[in-house]
Ligand binder design. Structure first.
Ligand SMILES: *[C@@H]1O[C@H](CO)[C@@H](O)[C@H](O)[C@H]1NC(C)=O
Ligand SMILES: *[C@@H]1O[C@H](CO)[C@@H](O)[C@H](O)[C@H]1NC(C)=O
Ligand SMILES: *[C@@H]1O[C@H](CO)[C@@H](O)[C@H](O)[C@H]1NC(C)=O
Ligand SMILES: *[C@@H]1O[C@H](CO)[C@@H](O)[C@H](O)[C@H]1NC(C)=O
Ligand SMILES: *[C@@H]1O[C@H](CO)[C@@H](O)[C@H](O)[C@H]1NC(C)=O
Length: 493
């Protein structure tokens, strides 16, 4: 499989057929730029999920005046909570209007940006959203949401007292990060680096990784996740002050000491290891594998579908195909459009340059999502205990982390990143690049180190390293505890 794909890529390169890349979203907006007051202009909501919004046809019929407050509360101008909200990393915002405890309408939008054609500098406009869709919350389990309309958000001063205090610039410009390695260079095992890593610690073992060695950097970079946007993003330690207090030992005592969803009394609730090939589709694997594992858990393994990541890569406007995306938005796609079986839309990205959405089967069985969110209720409130609680009670979670060079050499043991988190106000943003599937946790008996058990998507065979890995738990290694997300499958069993 691998050889065939490498050959095909080499052939295409020879023929000068560049992989058509839909642009990654380089926008970079932070939490403190978003808190404050917003106006949402809304078009009529009589569409369905085929609705596509464009500036020519957008015709607002009403406006909502909202104030986004800490940590995740949205007030209307009478000061009544009418919604909750979360950042989607540094790229967008999700708002759920509510009537009491019931969600009524769901909004999601990315922030706009421009790229200077000469310098390549990216300017993010964090005081607006791009024209996007909103729709009713699903009426019942397994039903696709109805009542679709278009909306656009504008940050503005409707509640002048609060606004006056906010002096953060809504617009940020940064220079693009220079490309590190030539995309054609071949990834090789750096034995001197591997020896240094092994000499520096005894928790994990570094070595040449057969899933990566010999591949062109272009493919290795796609597998490591999305490109980092800024040199700032790449080098600053994560700045965070968790709102959640550190959980007490007693709180952990309520949960089992270890769990591995790949083997619960001999039963596998995770499913096969997969290979994303040379496409930055880790998020689509993580998001669909999370739901398919939770279908197994919820149905006690009576239902074991293999869900198609290709449908997400090819069809979702909430992500960027082979250029990356976010697991939270994969779950949103599952709620709004539904996932399909792998047999309906087999994975082909990385083998052929562009797989159109129309390549999926015509009348698929849909697997939908009833509910989804970040662990902790919003981006920035994730915690080790919250992750364990979800893992034990509902099944695997989607998590993402920053792939460092050292991870490219991981072979066994409990991986560590050795980064030090900072503490500068409430800023949930922590750099991540690669999405994976959290399937368990435990404690290494020899070193007494707590770990997470994680499934990667770098290979089908456990002999390649690409499969499961362990990473230190409780210390937010490479931001792996910053943005865990969950989804619940629609299932009437
Ligand atoms: C704010 O929401 C409350 C509760 O839904 C409602 O009674 C009130 O009229 C709203 N205020 C405005 C200005 O829309
Ligand atoms: C956002 O900020 C930019 C630059 O300051 C400004 O040109 C634009 O009008 C602002 N948008 C809104 C909705 O205020
Ligand atoms: C691009 O951004 C860099 C760093 O922010 C700045 O030094 C440079 O002047 C910018 N160039 C242009 C053309 O805006
Ligand atoms: C599952 O776990 C049990 C006991 O923990 C072990 O004996 C068995 O070999 C495991 N099965 C697999 C397939 O790893
Ligand atoms: C944030 O996390 C804490 C600790 O896990 C939890 O008690 C709290 O309910 C969470 N906040 C929201 C809005 O869910």
């Amino acid at each position: 499989m691998r050889t065939a794909s490498a050959l095909l890529v080499a052939l295409l390169a020879l023929l000068g057929v560049a992989a058509v890349a839909r642009a990654d979203i380089p926008v970079h907006c932070l939490y403190d730029q978003i808190v404050g007051t917003w106006r949402f202009d809304m078009g009529a909501n009589n569409g369905d999920n085929s609705l596509v919004c464009n500036d020519d046809t957008f015709n607002p019929v009403k406006s909502l005046h909202l104030r986004f407050a800490e940590p995740n509360i949205v007030y209307n101008s009478s000061g009544i909570q009418v919604a909750d909200w979360t950042m989607i990393y540094d790229e967008g915002i999700s708002v759920r209007m509510m009537d009491g405890a019931k969600f009524t309408q769901l909004f999601f939008a990315f922030f706009p940006y421009t790229v200077d054609p000469i310098s390549g500098n990216v300017t993010s406009f964090c005081n607006e959203t791009v024209l996007s869709t909103y729709h009713d919350a699903p009426y019942g389990s397994g039903q696709l949401p109805l009542g679709w309309g278009c909306f656009k958000g504008y940050k503005a001063s409707y509640f002048t007292e609060q606004e006056a205090a906010n002096t953060v610039s809504p617009v940020t410009t940064y220079a693009p990060k220079p490309q590190a390695a030539s995309p054609d260079a071949i990834f090789h095992a750096d034995h001197e680096y591997i020896a240094r890593l092994n000499a520096a610690q005894n928790l994990w073992t570094a070595g040449p990784n057969p899933a990566l060695v010999g591949r062109p950097m272009r493919e290795v970079q796609a597998m490591a996740g999305r490109k980092l946007k800024t040199s700032v993003e790449a080098h600053l330690p994560p700045a965070k002050l968790r709102t959640a207090a550190k959980a007490s030992a007693d709180a952990f005592a309520a949960y089992p000491a270890e769990l591995n969803w790949r083997n619960v009394s001999g039963i596998d609730y995770v499913g096969p290891m997969r290979d994303q090939l040379s496409c930055g589709s880790c998020y689509a694997f993580s998001g669909t594998e999370m739901l398919q594992a939770r279908i197994r858990v919820k149905s006690q393994n009576k239902l074991t579908p293999l869900l198609s990541p290709q449908r997400v890569v090819s069809c979702s406007a909430y992500s960027q195909g082979c250029d990356g995306g976010f697991e939270y938005l994969v779950s949103k796609f599952g709620q709004d459009y539904g996932f399909v079986d792998e047999s309906c839309f087999p994975y082909q990205s990385g083998l052929i340059p562009e797989v159109p959405c129309s390549a999926g089967c015509a009348l698929p069985r849909l697997y939908t999502v009833d509910d989804f969110n970040y662990v902790g209720g919003y981006y920035g409130n994730c915690s080790e205990l919250g992750m364990i609680d979800h893992l034990v009670n509902y099944g695997p979670l989607s998590v993402s982390f920053l792939v460092l060079d050292s991870f490219m050499t991981y072979r066994s043991g409990v991986y560590t990143c050795d980064t030090t988190p900072g503490t500068v106000g409430f800023n949930p943003f922590e750099t991540v690049s690669h999405a994976v599937l959290l399937i368990g946790y435990g404690v290494d008996p020899t070193t007494n180190t707590k770990y997470w058990r994680v499934a990667n998507s770098w290979g089908r065979h456990s002999t390649d390293y690409g499969g499961d890995f362990l990473i230190r738990r409780g210390t937010d290694e490479c931001a792996i505890e910053s943005a865990a997300s969950w989804a619940t499958p629609s299932l009437n069993i």
